[in-house]
Design a protein around this ligand. Structure first.
Ligand SMILES: Cc1cc2nc3c(=O)[nH]c(=O)nc-3n(C[C@H](O)[C@H](O)[C@H](O)COP(=O)(O)OP(=O)(O)OC[C@H]3O[C@@H](n4cnc5c(N)ncnc54)[C@H](O)[C@@H]3O)c2cc1C
Length: 60
């Protein structure tokens, strides 16, 4: 088992999580994103992306 050290732990990989991790990186902080479900959160997995896709498919 390896041990890694982080300056910040970001909970959740939705729209907010990676944005916060990127901000940490810009500030020189090393961060880790932890996710309990599917990476990408609501927007990618159950929100806008699949909704738009269904709308497009249903209008064909
Ligand atoms: C049907 C639908 C359509 C939408 N359409 C749009 C749109 O067109 N445009 C738009 O701008 N927005 C849209 N939204 C809203 C958008 O999806 C949300 O505003 C956005 O996803 C919020 O991002 P977030 O990172 O705050 O939360 P989320 O995306 O919900 O991410 C939170 C993440 O944290 C994880 N998590 C929670 N607790 C823990 C824990 N204890 N440990 C580990 N992981 C944890 C969750 O599993 C999840 O992956 C839509 C939403 C829905 C439901």
């Amino acid at each position: 088992m390896t041990t890694e050290l982080f300056d910040a732990i970001v909970v959740g990989s939705g729209q907010a999580g990676p944005a916060i991790a990127a901000r940490c990186s810009k500030e020189g902080l090393r961060s880790a994103v932890i996710e309990r479900g599917h990476f990408g959160g609501t927007y990618v997995n159950v929100g806008c992306v699949p909704t738009m896709w269904r709308l497009q498919v249903s209008s064909c």
